[in-house]
Design a protein around this ligand. Structure first.
Ligand code: NAG
Ligand code: NAG
Ligand code: NAG
Ligand code: NAG
Ligand code: NAG
Length: 294
């Protein structure tokens, strides 16, 4: 019995690793429901809402990939949809992120502090969905979709590259970019990231004067790259080459408070707390200013 259970468990693991997720079930209903939710409730007091016809948006989105082989979809297929779904953004609020998702979205707070791609209608409708076409009815493959690496680059990036470009082109005023300075597997800035490939070049420099970079470092992790070193030098050069001003901050207070809210027992947070409550007196030769929050 025990042996059988182990065999079964092994079998389940093997099959689930081999099969890839198909198109999200009920994708049409999810898409149209999200669209109404976006316009009527979720963002209607936060962002300027431009009324859209949700069924029409679904039709355009569906048309872009349905009844095509899954890897036969170009960015241009989504042009009509992106054109119809795009919206104007409030000034001084656009925020980009690269290599860091959760903290960036806690920081932006669903459009309240900043507006990310995922807070725009285009990003909101597609976020976390899986979809791919098939040539026969119903035009979408619900059993399996290729992963990004299975398709030629153009097809796997076709939607999100167009969405990123559209978002960047709508930004007005200074923008913020959050990157991760403590990931050993990924440099903070990569020219082949979505930001490097589509967003930086998509910004309209006659509307966007500057890019403010926030480099975050996970609590307790090594600070592999900080403002002014590593790939952040390349980023500064690329931003300035486009004619925009570059500024950079390492873990500003606003980010430290979010990190410490999640892990108050971390050394950096305890030191800051002890300091704030007067249990510790500040001595710059003992505690480096890195650990000081307030
Ligand atoms: C919304 O779009 C659908 C599908 O394209 C169309 O049938 C319907 O007439 C449109 N509704 C309005 C109010 O324009
Ligand atoms: C769905 O995709 C899988 C994996 O690519 C493929 O084997 C299957 O034939 C597709 N289904 C249809 C109906 O095209
Ligand atoms: C950039 O913005 C300016 C001012 O709003 C506008 O005239 C121009 O067409 C925009 N450029 C592009 C490429 O969209
Ligand atoms: C960047 O600075 C950090 C902190 O000072 C240091 O640990 C790291 O080695 C530097 N990295 C590079 C690539 O210079
Ligand atoms: C700070 O710490 C150093 C090293 O422990 C010590 O020599 C120095 O007197 C301290 N300064 C103050 C102001 O406490």
């Amino acid at each position: 019995m025990k042996v059988l259970a182990i065999l079964l468990a092994a079998l389940v693991l093997v099959t689930s690793a081999a099969s890839r997720q198909g198109t999200t079930p009920n994708i049409k209903e999810v898409f149209i429901g999200r669209c109404w939710d976006y316009q009527e409730i979720r963002y209607n007091t936060i962002l300027p809402i431009e009324p859209k016809n949700c069924s029409h948006l679904w039709d355009l989105f569906f048309k872009a990939f349905s009844y095509h082989a899954p890897c036969d979809v170009r960015q241009a297929n989504y042009d009509q949809y992106l054109q119809e779904a795009k919206q104007s953004l409030p000034a001084n609020k656009a925020m980009f992120w690269s290599g860091i998702y959760n903290l960036a979205h806690q920081f932006s707070d669903n459009g309240i502090n900043y507006v990310t791609l995922e807070d725009t209608l285009i990003g909101y409708l597609a976020n976390s969905l899986t979809w791919c076409g098939q040539e026969n009815y119903p035009g979408m493959n619900f059993s399996a979709c290729p992963t990004w690496t299975d398709c030629p680059l153009e097809a796997s990036e076709s939607f999100w590259s167009g969405a990123s470009t559209t978002f960047a082109a709508s930004a007005i005023g200074p923008v913020v970019l959050m990157v991760d300075g403590s990931n050993p597997n990924k440099p903070a800035y990569r020219r082949d990231s979505f930001f490097g490939k589509y967003e930086l070049s998509g910004l309209n420099v006659s509307k966007v004067p500057s890019v403010h970079v926030i480099v975050t470092h996970a609590l307790g992790a090594a600070k592999l790259e900080v403002c002014g070193n590593g790939t952040l030098v390349t980023l500064q050069n690329d931003v300035e080459a486009r004619g925009m001003t570059y500024t950079c901050d390492d873990n500003p207070d606003s980010v430290m408070y979010l990190l410490c809210a999640e892990k108050p027992d971390c050394r950096e947070c305890k030191l800051a707390k002890a300091l704030a409550s007067g249990q510790l007196s500040y001595n710059s030769s003992v505690i480096t200013p890195d650990y000081i929050m307030g």
